[in-house]
Design a protein around this ligand. Structure first.
Ligand code: TXA
Ligand code: MG
Length: 330
C-alpha cells in the first residue's frame, strides 16, 4: 500500500498527463520523463526538454503484459516468454509496432519498445491512467548526460522545465533496462542493462547475441559512443595501469578521483591529489551506485576520473557498457 500523500501525488500526476503534461516518474531502473504516448504535443515536449534528436525512439511504458497486443501488431513467442518472466522489470522488448504508436514516439521506425516498470509508483500511475493509455518515457536527463536515479537528480537535470517530479525514492537497479529486439524471429540484446544476459538465455534456452553498439546501424540513442557522460573526463583502465596513470596526472597538478572495485593493495599508496572511491565488487551493487557516484564526483569538480576496468564476465556487461560510453570524449 502506498502512503496517502503519495497516492494523492499519483492522482495529480495522472491528471497532468491526461491533459498533455510532462511528468518525471520513478522506475526501478532510472527516473523517466513521461508523457501520454498518444499525445503528439506532449511527446514533442519530451524531446524539447531533453534536447534529444527527433529520430531517437522512446520506450513505451505499459501497466501489464495484457497491453502488449494494443501497442505491438505481433508478439513473437520469445517475447511473450520474456515478458512473462521479467515483467514488471528492467526489460524492454522491441516489437513490430501497431497503428496506435505514433511516428513521434518511434522516430519513424516500424518498431516499438515496450516495458512494464517494476516500481509501485510507476505501476500505480499507469493503472490510474487507464488500460489503453501508455507512457512514453526516456530517462529524465538532458541528452547525452548521466541518467538520474533520485528525484533530486531530476531537479538538477531538468529543473522547472517539467510539470511535476513524482518522487518515488532512489532507484533500486540504478542502470537502464536491458533492451531486447525480438524482430524477424531473432532475439538480440541491443543494450545490456538490469536483466543479465544469462537470465535471458536461461529462459529462452538459447544463446543470445549482444549487438556491438560501436558499429550499430540501428538507432538506439544509448548506443552513441558519447552517452551517459559525466562532465569530468573519465578514463577506464585495467588495474595494472590505472594507479600509474592517476599518479602521472596528479604529478601534472591535476586532482584525480578513482573508482575501484578490487581490494586496494599496498602498491597503491596515498597521494594528496588522488581521492579514491571503493565501488562494490559485485556487478549488481556496482550498477546501483554507478550513476549516483559519477554525479557526486562531477560535483566535486575533479580534473579527471579514472575507473578500474570491470571484470570481463557477462554479469558486468551493463556496467562495462556504461563506463565505456561515459569515458568517451568526443
Ligand atoms: O530503464 C529504462 O529503459 C529507462 C526507464 C525510464 O524506463 N528508459 C530509458 O530510456 O533508458 P532512454 O530513452 O533513455 O533509452 C531508451 C533506449 C534509447 O536508446 C532508444 O533509442 C531505444 O531505447 N529504443 C526505444 N525504442 C526503440 C525501438 N523501437 N527500436 C530500437 N531502440 C529503441
Ligand atoms: Mg537515456
Amino acid at each position: 500500500m502506498l502512503k496517502p500523500e503519495l497516492q494523492a501525488q499519483i492522482e495529480i500526476a495522472a491528471a497532468l498527463l491526461h491533459k498533455g503534461g510532462v511528468v518525471a516518474i520513478p522506475t526501478e531502473t532510472v527516473y523517466g520523463l513521461a508523457a501520454d504516448a498518444a499525445n503528439a504535443q506532449a511527446v514533442k515536449r519530451i524531446f524539447d526538454i531533453k534536447g534529444r534528436p527527433a529520430d531517437h525512439p522512446l520506450i513505451v511504458h505499459i501497466a501489464d503484459e495484457s497491453q502488449m497486443n494494443y501497442w505491438a501488431r505481433e508478439v513473437p513467442k520469445a517475447a511473450k516468454l520474456l515478458a512473462k518472466h521479467f515483467w514488471p522489470g528492467p526489460l524492454t522488448l522491441i516489437l513490430p509496432r501497431s497503428q496506435h504508436v505514433s511516428d513521434l514516439v518511434t522516430g519513424g521506425q516500424d518498431t516499438v519498445g515496450l516495458r512494464v516498470p517494476d516500481h509501485p509508483v510507476a505501476l500505480a500511475l499507469l493503472r490510474a491512467m487507464g488500460s489503453t493509455v501508455a507512457l512514453a518515457a526516456p530517462s529524465a536527463n538532458r541528452y547525452g548526460r548521466i541518467s538520474p536515479t533520485t528525484a533530486e537528480h531530476v531537479r538538477e537535470e531538468l529543473g522547472d522545465s517539467v510539470d511535476m517530479i513524482l518522487d518515488g525514492g532512489p532507484c533500486q537497479v540504478g542502470l537502464e533496462s536491458t533492451i531486447v529486439s525480438c524482430m524477424d524471429n531473432i532475439v538480440t540484446v541491443l543494450r545490456p542493462g538490469g536483466i543479465p544476459l544469462t537470465a535471458l538465455e536461461e529462459v529462452l534456452q538459447q544463446e543470445i547475441a549482444v549487438l556491438d553498439s560501436t558499429d550499430s546501424k540501428i538507432r538506439v540513442s544509448g548506443s552513441l559512443l558519447s552517452h551517459y557522460a559525466p562532465v569530468t573526463p573519465l578514463e577506464v583502465l585495467p588495474r595494472e595501469d590505472f594507479w600509474q596513470r592517476a599518479c602521472a596526472l596528479a604529478a601534472q597538478g591535476l586532482r584525480v578521483a578513482t573508482l575501484e572495485w578490487s581490494a586496494p593493495d599496498a602498491v597503491h599508496s596515498e597521494h594528496e591529489r588522488i581521492v579514491r572511491t571503493t565501488m562494490p565488487a559485485n556487478a549488481v551493487a556496482y550498477g546501483q551506485l554507478l550513476y549516483a557516484t559519477l554525479r557526486q564526483l562531477d560535483h566535486a569538480q575533479f580534473d579527471r576520473m579514472i575507473a578500474e576496468a570491470p571484470p570481463q564476465s557477462t554479469e558486468w556487461l551493463a556496467v562495462t557498457d556504461r563506463l565505456r560510453r561515459a569515458s568517451y570524449q568526443a
